[in-house]
Design a protein. Structure first.
Length: 589
């Protein structure tokens, strides 16, 4: 019955609505308000916006029902030993569980019709949002808001956003997010790659290997990683699908991948291509001048580690520099995640690597919650999502709203993703000083890490001097870690060395895809949401990192950061992967 209702709602998705207007104006209240633009953004006074001709695509997200019950089910599906473990759901079933109330759609449409915008509205494909296409001036009147262009310091990135908007009081409990409004999405999607520099290939011939074959200690290559993380003997799988998320007009170049594979990948049977899938107006040009460091890094190491497993790069549009005219678009996360959730099970990636993020304090709570809920649905569909933890340690300045505190990252702090921190060094590996790590100020600690984090809080004495600067009851991250420095890549035909947890995320994700492909070949379900498995069955398949420390705060907080210690810690999580051990654990799960 629920699915029949859902199908009927979907049939309306491409139509417009026109409901009778209300006789009296609706009383409204401010829903979100910022004291000023997020750090790094300034109002761009020199750009004049014609608000009558410039248009907007406004997403009004409806409150999902029973999200707490769905989360409980999703956690059971991801928990080894539970009778539902691995019983991943279709999107139709998920949507039938969490569909917004009919009343919510009706109330929003009555409001829009009262403002003369009923004919401008349509239902989203998943029936959980109403999309309004209108001029900026019409949207300003609708939300009692004032939009203005803002630019990020030191860049040409520009967005049209408001610092305050209002909604009718009658929509309280029916609408939980309206975007684009107060989220300055461009900064939120910046790459976590840092410190790019040129590399001379002749140096490789003079380097001395360390205790791990293929590793010099000054450069990181696929051969080094294969020996360090024990996947040298991995089967050459050709099944499954590994996905890489791409934003900010960063594109991988096919010719750069070919050069990289021929120069740095020692396995002759590895594939040398990938599929470029365009999402929300994304593009994938192949001019060498447009080579993206982030995109090439992600694709080259995903390809090298996963060998012959199909790889897909999702080129997501939605946030080009906004030049004061045309359509003001939303940032890419919402469009990308909704695109994935709209795919059939056979088209979904088994594993997804995301190397983008931003300071959690700059992300409106409504937006962070909505995106995190979408990640939970991906996990329940059977997708393992791995996210880079960031490259600012515990923060740059460590000041939030005038208060000294460690700065946390989003979506790294979402409890429905697996967050990957950074290490460097070989024998032994140590916490990378810039690796992001800490405790979310927004999301509470999930049950799967309660025992582990409580043990750290009780036994680790190194954090007591800075305990006042973090929320010890929040979701702790990273969950795991991998190498993050001195990765050799090819971009525009030139070799470079790059650092960043953007190196760690595709490395760990590719190893997880090897496990997922093995499970699929054996007729098993993919691992899906990883964390309950990682914090229980898989712990013995990870190498605990017990030296080094992440830092930060630019001297504003003495002894800022967290030390790597025995067991889980907020610098390296549970540790780095040992594929051979993880494979045995996965096969036995």
């Amino acid at each position: 019955m629920l699915l029949n209702i859902f199908s009927a709602v979907l049939a309306l998705s491409s139509t417009s609505f026109a409901l009778p207007a209300r006789d009296a104006p609706l009383k409204s209240s401010v829903r979100e308000e910022l004291a000023g633009p997020p750090a790094g953004w300034v109002k761009y006074e020199s750009v004049k916006v014609n608000k009558e001709t410039s248009t907007m695509s406004l997403m009004v997200h409806l409150v999902n029902q029973d999200m707490d019950k769905f989360h409980h089910l999703a956690m059971n599906i991801a928990t080894p030993g539970h009778e539902l473990y691995g019983s991943h759901l279709s999107q139709e079933v998920i949507d039938s569980m969490i569909a917004p109330k009919d009343e919510s759609r009706e109330l929003v449409m009555k409001w829009l019709n009262s403002e003369g915008l009923g004919e401008n509205a349509s239902l989203s494909s998943r029936a959980d949002s109403i999309i309004v296409q209108a001029s900026v001036s019409q949207i300003e009147k609708l939300l009692n808001a004032e939009y203005a262009p803002f630019v990020r310091n030191g860049s040409k990135e520009m967005v049209l956003r408001t610092l305050k908007y209002s909604l009718p009081d009658v929509l309280q409990g029916h609408v939980d997010m309206v975007q684009p409004t107060t989220f300055f999405g461009m900064k939120a999607m910046r790459s976590t790659v840092s410190n790019q520099r040129y590399f001379d290939n002749s140096i490789l011939e003079t380097q001395t290997e360390s205790a791990v074959s293929g590793c010099s200690g000054t450069t990181t290559t696929p051969k080094c990683l294969s020996n360090l993380y024990s996947f040298t003997a991995a089967k050459s799988y050709s099944n499954g699908l590994l996905g890489v998320a791409g934003f900010l007009e960063q594109w991988p170049i096919f010719s750069d991948l070919t050069t990289f594979m021929k120069t740095y990948q020692t396995e002759n049977n590895a594939a040398q291509t990938f599929t470029c899938t365009l999402v929300n107006g994304g593009t994938c040009p192949q001019a060498a001048s447009g080579a993206g460091t982030e995109a090439n890094l992600d694709v080259q190491y995903a390809r090298a580690i996963s060998e012959s497993i199909p790889n897909v790069f999702y080129s997501v549009g939605g946030s080009p520099p906004w030049l004061g005219s045309g359509t003001n678009t939303n940032e890419p996360y919402l469009d990308f995640l909704n695109y994935l959730l709209g795919l059939n099970a056979s088209a979904l990636p088994n594993t997804l690597s995301i190397s983008y993020g931003d300071d959690e304090a700059t992300v409106p709570l409504s937006y962070a919650t909505t995106v995190c809920n979408l990640f939970s649905q991906l996990g329940a569909r059977g997708v393992s999502v791995l996210v880079a933890s960031g490259d600012s340690g515990v923060g740059d300045t460590c000041t939030v709203s005038g208060k000294k505190q460690f700065t946390t990252s989003f979506p790294a702090g979402c409890p429905w993703v697996t967050t990957v921190g950074g290490t460097n060094g070989i024998s032994p590996e140590a916490a990378w000083s810039s690796s992001g790590g800490g405790f979310s100020e927004v999301f509470g600690r999930p049950s799967y890490q309660n025992a582990t984090v409580n043990n750290w809080l009780t036994t680790d004495k190194t954090h007591t001097a800075v305990a006042q600067y973090f929320n010890y009851s929040g979701r702790a991250y990273p969950d795991v870690a991998a190498q993050s420095t001195n990765f050799i890549i090819v971009a525009g035909g030139q070799s470079y060395i790059v650092d960043g947890t953007s190196c760690a995320a595709p490395t760990f994700a590719s190893i997880i895809q090897l496990l997922n492909s093995d499970r699929l070949l054996a007729g098993k379900a993919p691992l899906g949401f990883l964390n309950p498995w990682l914090y229980s069955k898989a712990t013995s398949g990870l190498t605990d990192i017990t030296s080094g420390k992440n830092t930060g705060c630019s001297g504003s907080i003495s002894s800022a950061g967290f030390s790597a210690v025995a067991g889980w810690d907020p610098a390296t999580g549970l540790g780095t992967p040992n594929y051979a051990k993880l494979l045995k654990i996965s096969q036995a799960t």
